[in-house]
Design a protein around this ligand. Structure first.
Ligand code: SF4
Length: 126
């Protein structure tokens, strides 16, 4: 048998790989789930309520600037999704018609994200 000749093996504790740490408990909660879309009956009720408010106010519509502001807000919202090629709010179920109606408000669970106007003054959590 031959003896191994060469550099002696030296233990370098500074190069040791530390043992894996056990998982730590965190206080970070997962993000909230998006709301369930309304049922057809709820959507019909929302629609008829919106039409009644709109008619009672004299059928006012938003101008192009407010429409664009509303649309951009919705497109950036976590509750906006595409259904059959159309944008749809998952909170109220609207496919975008109410973007035109000056009497309507955003129903985001944390309060309206749309700009206020003379018909919709305060944020709502309806
Ligand atoms: S919650 Fe408000 S901002 Fe979000 S998609 Fe619905 S209407 Fe638009």
């Amino acid at each position: 048998m031959r003896a191994i000749v060469g550099t002696p093996i030296v233990h370098r504790p500074d190069l040791d790989i530390p043992p894996p740490r056990p998982p730590q408990a965190t206080n970070i909660s997962p993000p909230p789930l998006p709301p369930e879309p309304p049922t057809l009956i709820e959507m019909a009720a929302n629609f008829s309520g919106a039409m009644a408010r709109w008619a009672a106010a004299g059928f006012p519509t938003v101008d192009a600037a407010e429409l664009e502001q509303r649309l951009n807000t919705c497109r950036a919202c976590e509750n906006w999704g595409m259904v059959l090629g159309f944008g749809r709010c998952k909170v109220c179920g609207c496919f975008g018609l109410k973007l035109w109606l000056k009497t309507e408000r955003c129903r985001h669970p944390k309060g309206s994200r749309w700009p206020q106007n003379e018909f919709v003054k305060s944020p709502s959590k309806e």
